[in-house]
Design a protein around this ligand. Structure first.
Ligand code: FES
Length: 113
């Protein structure tokens, strides 16, 4: 199991364990974490989060669908959307629908309401 800590505004709002391979959006929904989401399928851009973990900084491969959705939602630049490799850093916005729990514990920052 991998430890996940959800935060909003610097305050811990949920702390739980998830199995590697679980979709982050499903973990949040199952545990009633107040993460905003709409489609649950990676197409609307509502479930934006930022991650912090011990393996950062590194590069991460971001799929075309996630990049396009983030661009359409105004959450990344056109130049970022054109690149498959993104910095995996605390300021990088990702979509919970496109993130899968790994072996490293995550701190997940949710946008302020
Ligand atoms: S809820 Fe729509 S992209 Fe995640």
């Amino acid at each position: 199991m991998t430890r996940l800590v959800f935060e909003r505004g610097g305050q811990c709002i949920a702390e739980l364990d998830a199995s590697p391979g679980d979709a982050l959006i499903d973990v949040a929904r199952f545990h009633d974490v107040p993460l905003h989401w709409r489609c649950g399928q990676g197409t609307c851009g509502t479930c934006a989060v930022r991650l912090q973990h011990a393996a950062q900084p590194q590069q991460v491969q971001v799929g075309r669908k996630e990049r396009n959705v983030l661009l359409r939602a105004g959450l990344c630049s056109a130049s970022a959307a054109a690149s498959e490799q993104w910095p995996d850093a605390p300021e990088t916005v990702r979509l919970a629908c496109h993130l899968y729990v790994g072996e490293v514990p995550w701190h997940i920052s949710l946008p302020d309401d």
